[in-house]
Design a protein around this ligand. Structure first.
Ligand code: FAD
Length: 541
């Protein structure tokens, strides 16, 4: 029999929502053309083939048009996406892509000369932000992960010749060398049966309103698919150019439009985080890879010429080499999905990489598409919910980045004065008022949190907002701690002890590269942040 407890807790079991068309449906969606072979194109093609293996998926790309070639820092969500959703074997990823770990971002930013740590275990306040602010006048040291970052360590130990890992309790992300990552995805796509067409699109031929009939290539071919995914990057060949979808610029909040990137020798020393350093007309990322640190100065071309940017970067980081220029525009198209076209990646939307959201937003769009793609054109299509939902999420990232800029008091250059004066943060103004009314936001009344979360639909949630505002010392009325400061110090000392025996990132990575059990714990254990059961809750399985 079924016990009353089991009965009340049971969820009716259902099959996946990835409907398969019937064999005799003349309007079935069977062939997908993914146009573009950057991270967006390959992640989309792989996901569709993996989650809907009956589809005939073709990726079309032109080697004449290079991929953007940047996009290396990620967020912890991507660990789950790569391993659970795409089914990538972690040992293979370590071997072929050589990722490094990102425990968070170290912002050389705001009033503290040491900057502040924005970590992925921010939800826990395991040690406590209020205690940290009282004891040390900085938010740093508010979680175990922030202590690891400050000490340049990662949560792996060697005890009696055996590796022991705490990483299943400490959310982290990968830094992925872009060239290696795209090469790896290319190989996987081939193995999993994604067709590949090397061709340059010349023309997109529309049928009835909002409908792509076929695409023409420069060598005279006509390619026809039931559904098209536009992954052509900033060119946005289908959604932007052919369908003429309006573009909403974020330039009122995000003033940068250029980056100059380069590599810097790191002598094998791998910091376990991304660094974001304030520069005269923007900021510079530093992403460690086993071969070198990858740097990129993101700046506003109206505040600084390219030559001045190169000069500032090389003076600030002597020895940097292989400089390469990139241009971008921040904003999104009005809709991602029109007719038989959905755009994923830069072809739909882009924000500059301050919070490493590029690959995350591709992953979310890919998950969305694999769930809602109709089996047949006779089915109802959920376009509106997709377009509204993705649009809201992108807009929320715009506002999230804007509050980084608006409150950064580190430098007084013309650029930063202008940003502080004019940066539009209106979308987060209500949340800012709530923060000023009582911070941290995450410790407010749960009902208020629920209301507030609706205004901030990003991966970073309210904890991410707290981290950025408290880290920059944006004034707020602070909540009262309901414990003596000695309790904070006790946790802090326990945290320091934990950190003092932890391995450096290079050695921790070596442990994960050589001991499959550590990855298995991370991806399977019931108490892991990246375990299968969590993956199930967020639609990754
Ligand atoms: P692209 O890489 O530009 O690929 C476009 C593809 O379309 C290419 O294969 C090209 O050949 C093809 N194509 C275009 N036109 C045609 C045509 N006519 N015919 C045939 N094929 C065509 N994201 C992160 O997650 N983390 C980061 O740290 C990060 N840093 C970034 C830094 C900068 C400066 C920039 C600009 C972006 C950064 N991003 C980052 C974002 C990330 O790089 C992109 O979101 C991601 O790489 C997706 O690119 P894409 O696939 O959309 O476009």
């Amino acid at each position: 029999g079924v016990s009353p407890k089991a009965l009340t807790e049971h969820h009716e079991k259902v099959e996946s929502d990835r409907f398969r068309p019937s064999d005799d449906d003349p309007r079935a969606i069977r062939s997908i053309g993914v146009i573009g072979g950057g991270t967006a194109g390959y992640m989309t093609a792989l996901a569709l083939k993996t989650k809907r293996p009956w589809l005939d998926v073709t990726l079309v790309e032109s080697k004449e048009i290079p991929i953007i070639g940047v996009g290396e820092a990620t967020v912890s969500y991507m660990v789950m996406f790569l391993h659970h959703f795409l089914g990538i074997d972690p040992m293979e990823l370590y071997r072929k892509v050589e990722p490094t770990w990102k425990l968070g971002i170290k912002f050389d930013w705001g009033p503290d000369p040491d900057g502040f740590m924005a970590t992925f275990d921010w939800h826990h306040h395991s040690i406590g932000a209020l205690g940290a602010l009282e004891a040390e006048n900085t938010v740093n040291g508010f979680t175990v992960q922030s202590l690891m970052m400050m000490a340049d360590r990662a949560g792996v130990y060697e005890i009696d010749g055996k590796y022991v890992s705490l990483m299943k309790y400490l959310p982290f992300a990968y830094h992925l060398d872009n060239a290696r990552f795209v090469a790896f995805l290319t190989e996987l796509a081939e193995q999993r049966g994604v067709r590949h067409v090397e061709a340059r699109l010349d023309d997109v031929v529309l049928g009835d309103d909002e409908w792509v009939d076929h695409v023409r290539t420069t060598d005279g071919r006509e390619l026809r698919y039931d559904f098209y995914v536009d992954c052509t990057g900033f060119r946005s060949m289908l959604l932007g150019k052919a369908l003429d979808t309006p573009f909403h610029s974020y330039a009122g909040s995000l003033f940068t439009d250029s980056a100059v990137t380069g590599n810097l020798e790191n002598g094998g020393h791998l910091k376990p985080y991304t660094t974001a350093t304030t520069m005269n007309a923007g900021w510079c990322w530093n992403i460690p890879t086993p071969q070198s640190d990858h740097l990129g100065y993101v700046y506003s071309s109206s505040a600084l010429s390219d030559d001045e940017a190169h000069k500032e970067l090389t003076e600030r980081f002597p020895g940097i080499e292989g400089l390469r220029q990139v241009r971008f525009r921040s904003g999104r198209h009005d809709k991602a999905w029109r007719g038989n076209v959905m755009a994923i990646g830069n072809s739909y939307a882009f924000v500059e990489p301050l919070e490493s959201t590029g690959l995350l937003m591709i992953a979310l769009a890919v998950q969305t598409l694999t769930s809602v793609l109709p089996a047949s054109w006779s089915d109802e299509q959920a376009r509106d919910v997709v377009n509204i939902g993705l649009g809201q999420r992108w807009d929320a990232i715009r506002w999230f980045l804007a509050i980084h800029y608006k409150f950064n008091t580190r430098l007084d250059t013309e650029f930063w004065k202008d940003v502080r004066e004019r940066c539009d943060i209106s979308g987060f103004q209500p949340l800012l008022a709530l923060y000023q009314n009582g911070a941290p936001l995450t410790r407010r009344d749960p009902y208020i949190l629920d209301l507030a979360l609706g205004a901030a639909p990003t991966f970073f949630g309210l904890a991410g907002i707290d981290n950025i505002l408290l880290g920059q010392k944006v004034p707020a009325r602070l909540l009262q701690r309901a414990e003596p400061i000695e309790d904070w110090w006790a946790r802090r000392k326990a945290g320091d002890a934990l950190v003092s025996r932890a391995l450096t990132q290079s050695r921790a990575l070596e442990a994960f590269r050589t001991d499959p059990e550590l990855n298995a714990q991370l991806l399977n254990d019931l108490d892991s942040w990246a375990g299968r059961h969590i993956a199930g809750y967020i639609g990754m399985l």
